[in-house]
Design a protein. Structure first.
Length: 154
């Protein structure tokens, strides 16, 4: 029986790590993607994203998945924001922190991004609003940045 991987808690060293670019698109990467999906699905605290370093793997990979809305899980490999505009401020939480650590964070309102899929093929897209917020939150994780590092001025 498969078990979810533990979600690391701050101040674990992996959460402070700038993750390494993925160069091998192999079974190990597919297992990581599967582990991210399974771990987020079984998390006792609901979430809509999970980065590889939150489960102890320091590759530039993260998952976005709003299971409650019926969306499909989506894995981003080596993601990069290529354009951002606008501004939005809202409360963010993090599965690697306590709920009492939720805080206001200001992020771009609209982003254009590029990444790779699990086969190494290039993908690109545009997100706005909540999806842009989630993408940027997870990008911060793989860059070793936590929400309290971006806390908005009240």
């Amino acid at each position: 029986m498969k078990h979810p991987r533990p979600i690391l808690k701050w101040p674990h060293e992996a959460l402070k790590t700038v993750c390494a670019e993925v160069t091998e698109f192999d079974d190990s990467l597919r297992r990581l993607a599967s582990d991210l999906i399974f771990t987020l699905a079984k998390s006792p605290r609901p979430g809509v994203g999970l980065s590889a370093n939150q489960i102890g793997d320091t590759r530039r990979v993260f998952l976005m998945w709003d299971e409650e809305s019926g969306s499909e899980p989506f894995i981003f490999v080596n993601p990069v924001v290529i354009k951002s505009r606008g501004e939005q401020t809202g409360i963010e939480g993090c599965l690697s922190l306590e709920p009492s650590d939720d805080c206001k964070v200001t992020r771009a309102k609209i982003i254009n991004w590029v990444a790779a899929d699990l086969d190494g093929k290039g993908i690109r897209g545009k997100f706005s609003g909540f999806d842009a917020r989630v993408f940027l939150h997870e990008m911060d994780h793989i860059d070793g940045i936590m929400i309290f590092d971006r806390k908005a001025k009240s």
